[in-house]
Design a protein around this ligand. Structure first.
Ligand SMILES: [Zn+2]
Ligand SMILES: [Zn+2]
Length: 368
């Protein structure tokens, strides 16, 4: 049965037909079991798990109920066929009420070593960068405090610096923009390289100065966006031993995170990685799916040309919001269409390489 399900998913991978077919087959399989199971109505929201194990490398949690968020994430592992979920901290500013960092959930996460992990700094290091950009002070005192906080987070047990930002539209946290080659970002790259941990960066792509896209409001967003790609390349080049993960590939709200741009940057910078995120509720521009639910050929070519450079980072929140479609599901429907050897790398091997010992020993070997 399981093999049949997997086969079906391979051939029909993403399409609505696949979802219906999988649900139908799953229910046929229950026919001989209890009446309550067989009476269960097929539902379009029945989850389709990953064909092979993966790490959800970019998820969030409800900071007001950390224990419940951890329970929800642990329960999701099996449903999604995920080996591990890595929480990120939303990039925030000092003047935003409710700002928090990894300490708020760290003790709960640590109860599940090898299943859950967390990055840190979104609520502190990122806020320090925004403050430094606003005041113009990136002097020795500021740098000393920044370094101390980075090292404190690592001592506490975070496995990377995230979620940081250089261009972030207003949402759960405020509008934020700063050049990605700000002195504190260069310092962070050096610290990341020194400690062998990655930096997770949320940055809308802005190759040239441009007005805010018309579907976004100003305020709260800035009326004009400043070019950031050249500065991003200086950040990448500053310390080639620093691994930089550019978040949210497939979730582009300026229209400039194109396959061509991603390809050029991957070619130019060996320390650049990207997280794949597809959000069924907010496609943005440059969405990787065609209308028939298949990956567009140019995207598939990008994934297969650079199989060592992508990870799954769907930006799913836990507990999963009831009124939103599942980001993890949409992203996994993309993942399931990848060739088996590429899927294996993007699912677990790349995360193991990027994070090293804090992750690698805990991952199952995918059997394709
Ligand atoms: Zn983000
Ligand atoms: Zn995020």
């Amino acid at each position: 049965m399981k093999r049949l399900l997997v086969r079906l998913a391979e051939y029909l991978a993403f399409s609505g037909i696949a979802v219906i077919a999988l649900v139908a087959v799953a229910h046929i399989s229950l026919a001989g079991k209890t009446s309550s199971q067989s009476a269960k109505k097929p539902s379009a929201i029945e989850p389709v798990p990953a064909l092979t194990p993966f790490v959800e490398e970019h998820a969030h949690f409800d900071e007001k109920q950390p224990a419940a968020a951890v329970r929800a994430a642990m329960a999701a592992l099996g449903r999604e066929n995920a080996d591990m979920i890595v929480f990120q901290i939303s990039p925030d500013t000092f003047d935003h009420p409710g700002r928090y960092d990894s300490e708020i959930i760290l003790s709960e996460v640590k109860k599940h070593p090898g299943k859950l992990a967390i990055t840190g700094g979104g609520g502190s290091l990122n806020a320090m960068i925004m403050q430094s950009a606003a005041t113009g002070d990136a002097g020795p005192e500021v740098q000393k405090k920044f370094k101390a906080r980075s090292e404190e987070l690592l001592r506490e047990g975070v496995i990377g610096f995230g979620e940081m930002t250089a261009e972030h539209f207003d949402g759960l946290t405020p509008y934020q923009a700063v050049p990605p080659d700000h002195p504190l970002y260069l310092l962070l790259a050096d610290l990341a390289a020194e400690h062998g941990v990655p930096i997770d960066l949320h940055m809308e792509a802005v190759p040239q100065d441009m007005p805010l896209p018309p579907d976004l409001k100003s305020p709260p967003n800035a009326p004009r966006l400043h070019a950031n790609i050249a500065a991003f390349e200086r950040f990448l080049a500053h310390n080639p031993r620093a691994k930089i993960i550019w978040a949210h590939l497939g979730s582009d709200f300026t229209g400039f995170r194109t396959v061509d741009l991603d390809r050029r940057l991957l070619q130019a910078h060996a320390n650049l990685y990207m997280e794949i995120k597809t959000d069924p509720d907010a496609h943005g521009r440059n969405y990787p799916f065609a209308t028939d639910g298949k990956i567009k050929p140019e995207w598939l070519k990008l994934f297969t040309d650079f199989p060592d450079r992508f990870v799954i980072g769907s930006d799913q929140h836990y507990p999963q919001p009831k009124d939103a479609d599942k980001r993890w599901q949409e992203t996994i429907l993309l993942f399931n269409q990848l060739p088996a050897d590429v899927r294996k790398k993007i699912g677990t091997e790349n995360v193991a390489r990027i994070y090293g010992n804090s992750v690698a020993p805990f991952l199952r070997a995918a059997k394709n």
